[in-house]
Design a protein around this ligand. Sequence first.
Ligand code: ASP
Length: 440
Amino acid sequence: MKLHMQILIALGLGIKRNWHIFFGIIAGIIVGIFLHAHTFPLVQTLLTFIGQVFIRLIQMVVIPLVVSAIVIGITSVGDNKQLGKFGSKMVLYYGIITVAAVVIGTVLALIFKPGLGAAPYIAENTAVEVQASVATAMAQQQGNILNIFLGFIPSNPLNALANGNMVAIIVFVVTFAIALAKVGEVNRPIVSFFESVFAATMKITDWIMFLAAPGVFALTASAVSSFGIDIFMSISKYLGVLAVGFLLQLFVVYPLFLKFFSKVNIGILYSAIAEAMMVAFGTASSSATLPLTIACCEKRGISHKISSFVLPLGATLNMDGTALLQTVAVIFLAQAYGVPLTPFLIIQIALLAIIASSTCAGIPGAGLITIALILNGMGLSPEQLVAGFAFLFTIERITDMMRTLVNVTSDAVVVAAIADNENEINYDLLNNPKAYEDIA
Ligand code: ASP
């Protein structure tokens, strides 16, 4: 092989996996645009297949990981007082960040009115296609808010585990782990068991991550190839409002939050979790990214005690990017359909978005389904929603990628703040990028 080729290959293999994933995203976009213009069904099928292999592999470890991490996290915190302190701080911090997201979404959507004049862009045939999905989602949301909360309590925990019903699983596992913490020494065999499960699932994650770059490339390429870039032009206002909202979260809200509540440097934190951010973007799944989020945080000095407790809960319950999107999307629909946005309605949308986002699972597309909960609360009829939903579905994947990146970032921001407050962060590791190399 020629020398320059060898050097190029060595360079390619030498660069950090972060960059491999980043190039995967860029190459995915380019290939996706090309495939949109020239149809190669075989290539598209292959890309979808590779993407699905990656997502499924990573989802495979999510439930054992979440269960073991929560059990270890809660039992290692141990005494009740500290647990209550961590828990309430976690709820407060996640709450602050989500409220900020909803306020930003509301203000931007009201100022820029992305919904006005959107009607001509709502394709009728797509509307018919999604009619069925909307009807199903609406049927599921028919119950009132109390029923939704009732669904969080698993009458059969094994059933919840088998169905991957994350909120129900978390409710059971948190209760179980608190009980284990309370019974004292007798919990050792079970806790050791979960420690082994956790270690093994993290090992599997490391293996799966070798597929991160091709997986993210394939997912991005097949997403872009299905809608092309024309769609971006016709709905630029909606996408623009969302992009500005997400950027404000990432570069204003989180830095201010960390400045106010901790001494963590946002730039250093972002470089520590860059890999998790890119995988979040590629997979559009907070749950699938969770193993990597934990790995990034722990390798860079955030204690296992805090990260194994806060991150699994955050990956399911803290969805501020989703809340922002839901607020913008619902106001967009209201504007497109000419529904008057009274202050009361706006507050209702904001509150329902906070609930709807936290009930949504950390999997691709979940946020768009739980929007039905908000619309239902607003008394909108399914007939009114069909065309609007068709529109939202068309660009669902790309907005999902963006909001998932925000969701995962905020989990890491909150865990870093709590770890800082509790002296559970090793700043030598956080400030030293080399510390993370051994996982790459
Ligand atoms: N895909 C998002 C996530 O996993 C959830 C959503 O659909 O908004 O964080």
